[in-house]
Write a protein that binds this ligand. Structure first.
Ligand SMILES: [Zn+2]
Length: 408
């Protein structure tokens, strides 16, 4: 038996008046997901445990069978491990976004863009390496990642610093949160120097000339120390692979004991190499029983509040990920049976441009056509009709592996 989980990050949404009260997922043309859903089971899953923040880190831990309340220490340490960065005892990892802030004065600091205009990796690598050269020290180390997503490791724990994710504050005044950093003298010093350095940086001057947003500040968030967690094999006896463009997901995969498959041209955005991801998933299933494929683009479109991009991202996910993987599974050697999940980690509604913690719709297709056939298309509203709500990632994995009877 093969097990496949296909995740459209942030694909869920709320009904929009511009779509006659439909969601982007309902409005998008998604024939493969809808067919699989009609012939499969449909249910809802609470990926965000009550009281925890609705992030992709926590939600994807749930989609990999974990109960995040037991293992989650923060987002940045998961990203660190995927970048090959070891955290020493006592060290804390921070996500270090390159952002664009509109600096109007001490009381007005607007988060224009949490991604510095989706700055390219080539540009951001130059900037972050420069930050390390000029500001790296015993206390702080900077590591370049992909696009706007980078890391800073702090030797001190900066106790009691409460940070906020910049994508939750797009277009909003973040002066209050910036103030929090400045309460730590070592951090204040570093951030102010970084500010000056970025202001005059050649990469930013060039971006300005090209009419692009500059990376005029860093934003620290998602902090945590290294987590201690069992692998998926230890928990469920399953070995497999994970495919994602996003360091966070790769980090979860590494802690989960999965093989991380690198796909050339996987960008985490609309221009990602869908074909390469689908082919890599099918190749992995030739020698493994489990594969987890994560596609970031719908979430990015949700954060940008772009309805056309979100619909396109969902349609691409259907036609370029779900469709070819399903087709490939059907023609696998020896007619291998499979259980295929299509889901999302959380909603990223266009209207709020940030994540929400509602349960997500999950479709589960069994090649043996066992069990219930929902008869419903794949959407948020359809899933509500089914009245099945799983409370945790562990419940979800027990269902996927048909261990429903086992007590956790
Ligand atoms: Zn997101």
């Amino acid at each position: 038996m093969k097990y496949i989980i296909l995740v459209g990050d942030g694909m869920g949404d709320l009904p929009l008046s511009s779509l006659d009260s439909r969601t982007p997922l309902e409005a998008a043309n998604t024939p493969t997901m809808d067919n699989l859903c009609r012939q499969g089971e449909l249910f809802r899953l609470q990926t965000i445990p009550p009281g925890m923040p609705p992030g992709s880190d926590i939600a994807n831990l749930s989609l990999l069978g974990y109960e995040p309340q037991d293992f989650y220490t923060g987002r940045a340490p998961l990203e660190a491990v995927s970048m090959g960065i070891e955290l020493a005892e006592g060290e804390t990892a921070y996500r270090c976004n390159l952002v664009n802030l509109e600096k109007n004065g001490p009381d007005s600091l607007i988060m224009v863009d949490f991604s510095a205009g989706h700055i390219s990796t080539a540009e951001s690598t130059i900037i972050v390496n420069e930050l390390q050269r000029q500001l790296g020290s015993d206390l702080f180390r900077f590591y370049p990642g992909i696009s706007y997503r980078h890391l800073m490791i702090s030797k001190n724990s900066l106790a009691n610093l409460v940070t906020v994710p910049p994508h939750d504050y797009t277009g909003r005044n973040v002066a209050l949160y910036w103030e929090r950093y400045l309460q730590y003298p070592e951090l204040q010093n570093m951030l102010e120097t970084a500010w000056k350095l970025l202001e005059n940086h050649p990469v930013n001057k060039k971006r300005l000339q090209n009419g692009e947003l500059t990376a005029n500040s860093i934003w620290l968030w998602g902090e945590g120390k290294a987590p201690v967690m069992p692998t998926i094999e230890e928990q469920f006896g399953l070995q497999g692979s994970l495919i994602s463009a996003v360091d966070l997901l790769k980090g979860i995969g590494i802690y989960g004991g999965l093989d991380i498959i690198k796909v050339e041209g996987a960008t985490g955005y609309l221009d990602t190499n869908y074909g390469g991801k689908a082919a890599a998933a099918l190749a992995a299933l030739e020698h493994q029983d489990f594969v987890f494929v994560h596609v970031e683009a719908p979430d990015e479109a949700g954060h940008q509040g772009s309805l056309p991009d979100k619909i396109r991202a969902i349609e691409d996910f259907d036609s370029k990920i779900v469709k070819p993987i399903f087709a490939g599974l059907q023609t696998m050697e020896n007619n291998t049976d499979f259980r295929l999940v299509v889901c999302m980690d959380h909603l990223t509604p266009i209207s709020t441009r940030t994540h929400s913690d509602q349960p997500v719709p999950v479709l589960l297709y069994d090649s043996r056509q066992q069990g219930v056939q929902s008869g419903l298309s794949y959407s948020e509203k359809s899933a509500e009709k089914t009245d099945v709500l799983l409370a945790s990632g562990r419940n979800f994995f027990n269902k996927l592996l048909q261990r429903d009877g086992e007590t956790p």
